[in-house]
Design a binder for this molecule. Structure first.
Ligand code: ADE
Ligand code: ZN
Length: 335
């Protein structure tokens, strides 16, 4: 449509992006060879092409997560994490992303013997380079994995607190990811309370595959200020009203929601419902190497599907920037 030039030029913020979800099949195979990591003896792993082909047929969140956790086993050295993140930042710059708030999953690496410090050092190097060479500001959000035993998440929090990373600028916030439905927010109230004492930003994935009650419980029991996905909010008018009143940002990922069958079609994304309710939300890519679209393409698909006005886009982008976890000076530069 006629708004595509405007959409491509829009200054974007990416607020829902898993760095491990930017691992393209070609890089996966080359790192596997370099690090002598054996890939499964399965025709899906015959080549980058056969793997990418399988990515087009995810049946649900857990089906995706299987390939996602397997894929990241090729990331071993500090340089591997830097390579991964730098490749993403270059794509983000191409898409006019000016500020990125990026999730990472230390437990998926420490479980394989890769240390938290190795992961953070590689990511920090890529961040420095992105800021210097691409003029993108980057912040990292450390995530716990909800499917793992609680003591393992507590151990990660011990490490993060010991390093002081939530208060020295290394990390901007704390989040929670992975399989949602079997692991309700209440289970993690004590961990969030521990982290909250640092004063860092708090978020969690909620309402991706689980109902709106998981969003409400996340806000009430975990004290999060933001909700990642928030797809299910659309089914609860009272929740929509309170999200709008409190200016709670939802980091919506409509392309991901279709790819993982959380909604049948792109037309079912709650873009219109959120706009009509005055709920603040951003448009994001989630795991672009697995779902096949980086953020610019997601924006364009939103426009092709919903035919938004210039005023709608202005409202979406303004809300996303205002609710970003960067300085007021940086927000003013982006807008
Ligand atoms: N980890 C990476 N992507 C995720 C998603 N969409 N939901 C939950 N956990 C994830
Ligand atoms: Zn996600």
């Amino acid at each position: 449509s006629s708004l595509h030039d405007l959409i491509e030029a829009l200054p974007k913020v990416e607020q829902h992006l898993h760095i491990e979800g930017t691992l393209e099949p070609e890089l996966l195979f080359s790192l596997a060879a370099k690090n002598s990591v054996a890939l499964p003896d399965d025709p899906v792993y015959a080549s980058p092409e056969t793997l990418r082909d399988r990515y087009q047929r995810f049946t649900c969140l857990d089906d995706f997560l299987h390939y996602y956790y397997l894929g990241m086993s090729v990331l071993v050295t500090e340089a591997d994490f830097e390579t991964l993140a730098w490749a993403y930042f270059q794509k983000a710059a191409r898409d006019k992303v000016r500020h990125a708030e990026v999730f990472f999953d230390p437990q998926a690496h420490t479980a394989r013997g890769v240390s938290y410090d190795t992961v953070v050092a590689g990511l920090a190097a890529a961040k420095k380079r992105a800021q210097a060479e691409l003029a993108i500001t980057v912040e990292y959000i450390v995530c716990i994995l909800r499917h793992l035993p609680l003591p393992e998440s507590d151990a990660l929090v011990d490490t993060v607190l010991d390093r002081g990373h939530l208060t020295d600028g290394t990390l901007v916030g704390f989040g929670m990811v992975s399989s949602e439905k079997p692991f309700p927010p209440e289970l993690f109230a004590d961990i969030y309370a521990r982290v909250a004492r640092t004063g860092t930003h708090l978020t969690t994935h909620a309402g991706e595959e689980a109902p709106a009650s998981f969003i409400t419980a996340s806000l009430e029991r975990l004290g999060v200020e933001r909700i990642d996905h928030g797809l299910a909010a659309a089914e609860d008018p009272a929740l929509l009203a309170s999200l709008a009143r409190n200016r709670t940002l939802l980091t919506l990922c409509p392309w991901s929601n279709v790819a993982l069958k959380n909604i049948p079609r792109f037309e079912d994304a709650p873009i219109r419902a959120f706009l009509d309710a005055g709920v603040r939300f951003s448009v994001n890519s989630d795991d672009p190497a697995y779902f096949g679209a980086y953020v610019q393409e997601v924006y364009c698909r939103v426009q092709d599907t919903f035919g938004l006005s210039v005023a709608d886009w202005d409202w979406i982008v303004r809300g996303a920037v205002e609710e970003s976890w960067c300085s007021d000076e940086r927000k003013a530069e982006i807008l």
